[in-house]
Ligand binder design. Structure first.
Ligand SMILES: [Zn+2]
Length: 72
């Protein structure tokens, strides 16, 4: 059952009305899908920081070595 292949002749026209996912302004062809380089950077930064947090959250292993008793 695959009857979801409805190709609408007006599909190419609806693509022109997309907005920036960051600020909602109409996106610019050069910075798609964003409206400017700034918004592209914002999204990239969000993605990177989010990925880094998930990747290495607890990375603090300190070897405890404070039990050295010098005898003799
Ligand atoms: Zn934007």
């Amino acid at each position: 059952m695959s009857s979801r292949n409805n190709k609408s002749p007006n599909e190419s026209e609806t693509q022109a009305t997309r907005s920036c996912p960051i600020c909602g302004k109409p996106q610019v062809q050069t910075f798609r899908p964003f409206c400017s380089k700034r918004c592209a950077d914002v999204d990239l930064h969000r993605w990177l920081s989010g990925a880094y947090v998930v990747a290495g959250e607890s990375n603090s292993q300190k070897p405890e070595d404070s039990d050295e008793t010098a005898e003799d």
